[in-house]
Design a protein around this ligand. Structure first.
Ligand SMILES: [Zn+2]
Length: 353
């Protein structure tokens, strides 16, 4: 059994003025207490948890709410399917808040700790959920995904000869919004720029979810492991939180996370393969004497192989995934055909005790 966890970000909607005021008060009091130590009225459990959970509590962005204090229930009302109860100082029973629609079934998961976040005057509840999943043990194919090059993703697979290209729509969106931003920038419409930024991010995210879904559904259909390149060092501890936050919000990083989540929910293994030189090495003969006459074209000087550069990258990931899993003993090829048995889960999956 594996443990899958994820964070669902729910906007609190339909807040009455009174509820908003109560939440603002609790939020401000909590932040004030973190910064100064002075208690203007903070729900006592929040203080205890903050002390216990974090040493550098001053940097906390939001109010952490522990498992037993959050109460999410399906109520199927007009404004929302799910409601949560948030405890606050001085209001018995707390405030009941509606969660914006989520294509998500809270009933199927264990709700763990949450974080109450305020952004641009709106409130969000980041709910961490957990579920035990049965990971498949035998696979009949591998899909290799090269993420974040010229295309958002390119995939190749053992069960098909043609590569798949993902991200046309993302590119169109980015082009469109790039020009829009420039136009607004000339007109010095800063607020509008911020707003279209939000909209762009939302639309791009939707596309990333679709791409991840397509990849994972294909893996499910063909009973395939998913191999993704792992850019080691991109998340750099020395660079600090700010740089890492930037990495976290990059489409390539997000897509990877979405693929992981969706695969894990279906019990499909995702392995990460070192991406070192995948763009320089020839995927046909292994030579490093290669060139890129233009960004999208890859040519091998040794065997003459000419191919789309991203496809070459994906093919290298596929090759390495097979090699890596054979040497790690994670994958066993049976003589009677291609049947793989996976034993070792990746870092994204934790083995249950
Ligand atoms: Zn070659």
């Amino acid at each position: 059994m594996m443990e899958a966890t994820k964070t669902i970000k729910c906007k609190l909607i339909g807040l009455t003025l009174r509820k908003k005021e109560i939440l603002n008060r609790e939020y401000d009091s909590f932040q004030h207490w973190l910064e100064t130590g002075e208690d203007r009225g903070v729900y006592s459990a929040y203080k205890q948890d903050a002390r216990w959970l974090y040493k550098k509590a001053k940097r906390m962005k939001g109010v952490p709410i522990r498992k037993d204090l959050i109460d999410i229930q399906r109520r199927d009302t007009k404004i929302a399917e799910y409601w949560a109860r948030i405890r606050v100082k001085g209001v018995r029973g707390g405030v009941k808040v509606a969660l914006a629609h989520q294509p998500f079934n809270f009933e199927e998961w264990d709700v763990c700790e949450s974080l109450l976040v305020r952004r641009d005057g709106d409130f969000y509840l980041y709910v961490t959920v957990k579920k035990e999943v049965e990971l498949r043990e035998e696979y009949s194919s591998i899909i290799a995904v090269d993420i974040g090059a010229r295309w958002v993703a390119v995939s190749v697979a053992r069960h098909r000869s043609k590569p798949k290209f993902y991200g046309k729509r993302v590119r169109e969106l980015r082009g469109k919004y790039f020009w829009l931003r420039r136009k607004l920038g000339r007109a010095k419409k800063l607020r509008a720029i911020k707003e279209i930024g939000h909209k762009e991010r939302r639309l791009v995210n939707d596309e990333l979810h679709k791409i991840a879904k397509d990849i994972v559904e294909e893996a499910e259909r063909h009973n395939a492991i998913i191999a993704i390149g792992d850019l080691k060092g991109i998340r750099n501890k020395k660079k600090g939180r700010k740089a890492n936050r930037k990495v976290n919000s990059m489409p390539s990083h997000k897509l990877k996370e979405y693929i992981r989540y969706k695969a894990l929910e279906r019990g499909i293994l995702v392995v990460e393969v070192p991406e070192f030189n995948t763009s320089k090495q020839c995927s046909r003969c292994g030579s490093m004497r290669t060139e890129r006459p233009s960004q999208g074209v890859f040519i091998c000087s040794d065997c003459g192989y000419q191919v789309n550069a991203d496809v070459n990258g994906a093919k290298n990931i596929l090759k390495r995934a097979v090699g890596y899993m054979l040497t790690a003993g994670a994958l066993v090829t049976k003589p009677e055909g291609e049947r793989f048995i996976a034993h070792s889960p990746t870092s994204s999956i934790r083995r249950m005790p």
